[in-house]
Design a protein around this ligand. Structure first.
Ligand SMILES: Nc1ncnc2c1ncn2[C@@H]1O[C@H](COP(=O)(O)OP(=O)(O)OP(=O)(O)O)[C@@H](O)[C@H]1O
Ligand SMILES: [Mg+2]
Length: 266
């Protein structure tokens, strides 16, 4: 691993997870990767919701290769990268490992293949400052397994009560498997800052009372019609609506993410 330890490389992994589906993980993971790249970081975005390939759809890309090719044994992970260029914006832009609709989910991979995929990602982390992983919803072991050794996991929840209970279930499983990992909460689609804070407080109270663990609040992203507009136009929000409140909220979260270990040149 060229001098870096496994632990140092794992620290570069940022997983984006939720219990409930449709809470904005893919949009958040893309915006985070995009913002980090605009900060001059070298970023790899991995579509861990393999069988749905939502990342390339939200970005309006048509990748010629994807993780489906890797799972079929046709190419190595490193060769399956597609570049997302940030149309004229300085150094912005990041690498993407795209999913493929119908290629099956992480949940269906055997333990060996899942471990090989995880090792492949950790190996690739050497060449990047951050590897952002957009996960499928739910608490499947394949999903939670990828968060287990990540440097940071953002758990997204919305004020919807079922989203809160599902986020709690995910935090609980994660805390039981590896309590030492950094888990931070992002409240998305809040109607106001106050509603976002109250939502976080409810989740944090349940975690404190029952798990004796207090996951910090990374940030609150308000409900913003420009998110849906950008997705409809298959354009990243930082390109289409850079002034949107939702974009600023993710930018603020990105600026607090340190570089664990610089990417190796290459
Ligand atoms: N802050 C926001 N304001 C308004 N709409 C939002 C916001 N965040 C996400 N959305 C809406 O939620 C929808 C779902 O977003 P996204 O696909 O990113 O969720 P997801 O958690 O990745 O879903 P899945 O679990 O299916 O993978 C988007 O189409 C978008 O319209
Ligand atoms: Mg998604």
């Amino acid at each position: 691993m060229n001098g870096a330890t496994q632990r140092q490389l794992e620290q570069k992994l940022i997983t984006v997870a939720s219990g409930k589906g449709g809470v904005g993980k893919t949009w958040f993971a893309i915006t985070l990767a995009h913002m980090l790249s605009r900060m001059g970081r070298r970023v790899l975005l991995f579509d861990g919701d393999l069988g749905l390939a939502n990342v390339d759809i939200q970005l309006g890309l048509m990748p010629e290769k994807d993780v489906g090719d890797v799972l079929a044994g046709a190419m190595k992970l490193k060769s399956a990268v597609t570049r997302f260029n940030d149309g004229g914006f300085g150094t912005g832009g990041f690498d993407l490992l795209a999913g493929r609709s119908g290629c099956g989910s992480l949940a269906n991979l055997s333990a060996e293949r899942l471990a090989a995929l995880k090792d492949g990602l950790i190996g690739m982390a050497a060449g990047y400052d951050h590897v952002v992983i957009d996960l499928a919803a739910g608490v499947d072991p394949g999903v939670v397994g990828l968060t287990e050794h990540a440097g940071t996991t953002f758990v997204l929840a919305t004020p919807d009560p079922t989203s809160l209970t599902d986020a709690y279930a995910l935090i609980k499983i994660k805390a039981m498997r590896n309590p030492a990992t950094d888990t931070q909460i992002v409240i998305n689609m809040a109607s106001s800052k106050r509603q976002g804070e109250k939502t976080y407080e409810a989740l944090n109270k349940a975690a404190e009372d029952f798990l004796k663990f207090s996951p910090p609040l990374a940030g609150i992203v308000k409900q913003d019609s420009r998110v849906a507009d950008a997705i409809r136009h298959q354009a990243p929000i930082l390109a289409r609506h850079p002034q949107a409140d939702a974009a600023s909220a993710v930018a603020k979260i990105s600026r607090r993410i340190p570089v664990a270990l610089k990417a190796m040149a290459g």
